[in-house]
Ligand binder design. Structure first.
Ligand SMILES: Nc1nc2c(ncn2[C@@H]2O[C@H](COP(=O)(O)OP(=O)(O)O)[C@@H](O)[C@H]2O)c(=O)[nH]1
Ligand SMILES: [Mg+2]
Length: 324
């Protein structure tokens, strides 16, 4: 823990507020490790947050989320925006100097003092990915980043929670991501705010566009019409158009007073998600560590105790909840 000694709670908060990369890197490592200092830091800076605009990019592995973010960062940097990126995609982590085919551009981003890019894991975080992502977002927000991109692989429950904090959610697809189309159609996947169909040079891109359009048309009453943009992340083709759609969505929210409402809902959702994840972790541990509680599970298996009686007993012993 020698690395921790060079930052105190005060110097870390000051470094984060000043947007210093070393402080940000340390702060996010503390978040990953669920270090108590991370909680203190977030508590200290929380009143100053709420200024960053958070854009979530979700979608199946390999569709080009990281590549699109890299390209989007280049685009918004031209407009002078300060940027943070948090990627919780273990399949294509951002690392210093290299993101796949996009080495040069991303290397530029790493050298840019106004851009902070970080891949994040969770290492047994009790509150799960949602908790870590929320804290990282708040830290980048406190650092004065005007835009924060959150990358996550769709579309399981934990991913929904990660992306649930975003102001605008972009779903990235590519020709051939049939599973996502099915999930959208079946209503398993929430309708995003903007859809990017990446790798637009693929011969099936147009078919995909038609398919996605027809799914969205099933729900014609939405006040926000979800735009679909065909993109090519490496060449940056249609990336400005994609960004324009994100900005239009933001303007839509701000115009209708929907941003404050969405953030209220998002934050409440995050609090529930993190509390639930922690409660589940607490419950699992309590049962593992208590032979009497473990015995209840054995009794259920032996059919000498019915499952709901075991639940009642566990709830009352672990959480002191008596159900009626
Ligand atoms: N042809 C083509 N390849 C792309 C495009 N965008 C990304 N890729 C490639 O697709 C692969 C996955 O990209 P990545 O950004 O890591 O996808 P992620 O897993 O969704 O983050 C990499 O090999 C990229 O170089 C694109 O627009 N066209
Ligand atoms: Mg990625």
């Amino acid at each position: 823990m020698a690395a921790r000694r060079d930052f105190t709670r005060e110097s870390l908060a000051a470094g984060v507020r000043a947007g210093e990369k070393r402080a940000l890197a340390r702060a996010i490592t503390l978040v990953e490790n669920a270090d108590p200092l991370a909680y203190e830091l977030v508590r200290d800076v929380y009143p100053e947050t709420g200024r960053a605009y958070a854009v979530g990019i979700t979608g199946p592995p390999g569709v080009g989320k990281s590549s699109l973010i890299s390209s989007l960062v280049g685009h918004v940097r031209e407009a002078g925006k300060t940027v943070g990126v948090i990627s919780v995609d273990p399949s294509s982590p951002f690392s210093h100097g290299a993101l796949l085919g996009d080495r040069i551009r991303l290397a530029d981003h790493f050298l840019d003092p106004e851009v902070f890019i970080r891949s994040m894991g969770t290492r047994g975080h009790l509150g799960g990915l949602a908790e870590a992502t929320l804290q990282a977002l708040l830290i980048l927000d406190a650092a004065g980043k005007e835009l924060v991109f959150l990358e996550t692989v769709g579309a399981g429950q934990s991913e929904v929670e990660v992306i649930g904090i975003a102001d605008t959610v972009v779903l990235a697809l590519m020709p051939g991501s049939g599973d996502s189309i099915q999930a959208l159609k079946a209503g398993i996947m929430e309708i995003p705010d903007v859809i990017a169909i990446n790798k637009m040079d693929h011969p099936a891109a147009r078919t995909m566009l038609t398919e996605v359009r027809s799914i969205l048309s099933l729900d014609p009453d939405r006040r926000w019409k979800v735009p679909i943009v065909l993109t090519e992340a490496h060449r940056g083709e249609n990336v400005p158009e994609l960004w324009e759609k994100v900005e239009e969505h933001r303007a839509f929210l701000e115009r209708e007073g929907g941003l404050a409402e969405r953030r209220r809902r998002n934050l409440a959702g995050e609090v529930y998600a993190v509390a639930s994840a922690r409660a589940a972790a607490h419950l699992r541990r309590a049962v593992e560590e208590d032979p009497e509680l473990r015995q209840l599970l054995d009794d259920v298996q032996a059919r000498t105790l019915d499952p709901l009686s075991a639940v009642s007993e566990i709830m009352s012993r672990v959480f002191r909840i008596q159900d009626g």
